[in-house]
Write a protein that binds this ligand. Structure first.
Ligand SMILES: *Cc1c(COP(=O)(O)O)cnc(C)c1O
Length: 357
């Protein structure tokens, strides 16, 4: 840190995203992006006509996109909020609804950005351990009066909670907010969005980065009771009213309107995931039950760190977390069939003939 940094940020540790290599051509299975291009409707919408209008500000209400989202999920007006990636929605939510009195709780293994946001905004947090099988136990949260954030499917495990379990979590107490981060919900899970019609203490956050093939466009959204959405808009308008640019608003609207392309892409990822799990299990890997576009895999024949390093030397980038509870695993994003064939064949070569460690 330089000598002018404010005292409040002297200890800040930034979030470290997965590598985005330049130069070397890797098979990139480390940041849960889609292997498929955006919908043809998105590519068409971003034509010369809109680019030539970039001299003008974007619509600060992003109305075409929020309308499309409310229609898609059959919600009343004012239920959808959009942001520059869902990370920005999360930042506004932490900032708006947590403070020194209302802290936040989340699982010990989850998305690494939650503690970073908490530190950034000076919010204390509590980590609730996953059980031995890496599952979230909803009953562990019943005595917590702080706000709760859960990724469903959970980040780093891929393990999914059914809507009934989410409803139990939300209805345990009405004196706190429950935030469900559904970045991975479209790969076989059922969204909790319908529950926002029934509970005013639930916020559901989603993103265009994974299941809608638009990580580079930076669009995220939150769904909740219109009162909560209004608060989020008040913060947004006090910070960066044009958080979505003209191209992002059109790209997001195009992606939401192309339901069949979305279903085709997510369907392919789900099939490829099931196939990859089967093939890796044949090689003796243990894999957590995933409903996401990634899997957590470990082998008795090689440590997580060594497997990550060896795959990287061989041109395949996966993710390794040096966290005690998941250090034996590597996290593998589900790519195209041919990318996964390459991964499986390298894993076979790497583990062949090894003894248990
Ligand atoms: C990828 C991810 C996000 C962030 O997505 P962006 O919309 O790209 O900012 C949020 N939460 C979880 C759990 C994620 O995995």
């Amino acid at each position: 840190m330089g000598r002018f940094i404010s005292d409040k940020f002297k200890k800040l540790k930034a979030y470290v995203p997965g590598e985005q290599p330049r130069g070397t051509e890797y098979i990139k299975l480390n940041t849960n992006e889609s292997p498929f291009p955006p919908s043809p409707l998105v590519i068409k919408a971003l034509g010369e006509k809109e680019v030539s209008r970039l001299n003008l500000y974007s619509d600060p209400t992003a109305q075409t996109l929020t309308d499309a989202l409310e229609k898609y999920y059959d919600l009343q007006k004012g239920s959808a909020f959009v942001s520059n990636g869902s990370d920005e929605s999360l930042a506004f939510i932490f900032h708006a609804f947590c403070d020194s009195k209302k802290r936040i709780a989340f699982p010990d293994i989850t998305y690494g950005f939650y503690p970073v946001f908490a530190d950034f905004f000076g919010i204390e947090y509590k980590k609730v351990p996953l059980d031995r099988d890496y599952r979230i136990r909803v009953s562990d949260y019943s005595d917590i009066s702080d706000n709760v954030i859960i990724a469903n499917p959970n980040a780093q495990t891929g393990i999914y909670l059914e809507p009934e379990e989410i409803e139990e979590l939300v209805s345990q107490r009405s004196d706190r907010l429950v935030i469900i981060d559904e970045a991975y919900i479209d790969f076989g899970g059922k969204s909790a969005i319908p529950l926002i019609n029934k509970y005013d203490n639930l916020i559901v956050v989603q993103t265009f980065s994974k299941s809608r093939n638009l990580a580079g466009m930076r669009i995220g959204m939150a769904f909740s009771d219109p009162g909560i959405i209004n608060d989020l808009n008040t913060l947004r308008n006090s910070f960066n009213p044009y958080n979505l640019d003209r191209l992002a608003i059109l790209a997001g609207t195009g992606a939401i309107e192309d339901r069949s392309y979305f279903e085709e892409c997510t369907g392919k990822i789900i099939r490829t995931r099931e196939n990859t799990v089967k093939e890796l299990e044949k090689l003796g890997f243990y894999i957590l039950d995933s409903k996401a576009n990634f899997i957590m895999a470990k082998s008795k024949l090689i440590s997580g760190g060594e497997l990550y390093g060896t795959l990287k030397e061989r041109g395949i980038l996966v993710r390794h977390f040096d966290d005690e509870r998941i250090r034996d695993f590597v996290r593998i994003t589900i790519g195209s069939d041919s990318q996964m064939s390459a991964l499986i064949s390298e894993c076979k070569k790497i583990t062949d003939g090894r003894k248990e460690i």
